[in-house]
Design a protein around this ligand. Structure first.
Ligand code: ARG
Length: 272
């Protein structure tokens, strides 16, 4: 990890569930409690602020999912790829994300307008090897992998998502410092599971149970040795401790109603 990480967050002033674009949002329109969401977000903010500088993106009325800054884009060094959302409901976020990265000092990479890519929701840096994990199947296009490889000159491992509850890569896979990967195998097709097994040695794979996966335990923020997460069973916390990690669990249930948890609410801005 860099000496001091900088993490992008966006306060939930306008957060709500007002449309359905993933399986978690079904039946949740109007059901998120903003007061509780603010409290949960403030608690997450306070935890992250102990270990990283937080850079805030201004919230915008009418863009309730802007809080999920993982989807703003993807960065390595001083180059940012700004997201190109699949759903019209989120396309309005793109110009604010563009402005954010520019004002934060990033160069914006060229990217074809029609290549769908949802940022660090679907592209994650491995925390051991020099490679990028990407996913397609539900949100980002498969060709985003090739494009990212061209922008950053890095090896990219592409995985196919097959379960609508795990529509972004960061809902079901989390690279952890030291080359560990916490993941939920059933979110991927067989070929992708094989790729994960061939890249990550057995001793570095931490498999989330169905219960943990559906509680968003894989949506964790790696601040090694800490792992910040919205939920994790005792068993998973023990498994993490056995590998030298220090899980910090803070409830984020109001955000699960929109299909997100700890990792979705953050974006690391210092990446090498
Ligand atoms: N409602 C948002 C969507 O469906 C949630 C995004 C969660 N973000 C994430 N990185 N998984 O797009």
């Amino acid at each position: 990890m860099p000496d001091k990480q900088r993490i992008m967050m966006c306060a939930p002033d306008h957060y709500e569930v007002s449309y359905v674009i993933n399986a978690w949002m079904e039946g949740q329109i109007g059901r998120a409690d903003r007061t509780l969401a603010v409290r949960q977000w403030n608690d997450l903010h306070a935890i992250i602020a102990r270990y990283a500088d937080i850079v805030l993106q201004p919230p915008q009325p009418g863009l309730p999912d802007l809080v999920f800054t993982a989807n703003a884009g993807f960065v390595i060094g001083d180059i940012a790829v700004v997201s190109h959302f699949r759903n019209t409901e989120r396309k309005g976020e793109e110009k604010y994300d563009h402005e954010f990265f520019k004002s934060a000092g990033f160069k914006i990479a060229d990217w074809p307008k029609d290549a769908l890519f949802e940022g660090a929701g679907d592209a994650l840096l491995d925390r051991g090897a020099r490679l990028i994990w990407t996913a397609y199947g539900l949100r980002s296009d498969a060709r985003a992998a090739t494009l990212l490889g061209q922008v950053y000159g890095r090896e990219v491992v592409t995985l196919k998502l097959v379960n609508p509850h795990f529509y972004h890569l960061d809902t079901c896979l989390c690279p952890l410092t030291g080359g560990y990967v916490l993941y939920y195998p059933d979110a991927f097709d067989a070929e992708s599971r094989g790729k994960i097994e061939s890249v990550v040695p057995a001793g570095r794979r931490i498999v989330a149970s169905k219960e943990d996966a559906f509680a968003f335990a894989c949506n964790a923020v790696d601040l090694a040795p800490r792992v910040v997460m919205g939920n994790a069973s005792e068993g998973l916390q023990q498994a993490l401790r056995a590998k030298g990690f220090d899980p910090i669990v803070t409830p984020l249930g109001e955000f699960i109603k929109a299909g997100g948890s700890a990792k979705c609410l953050t974006l690391k801005l210092v990446e090498e």
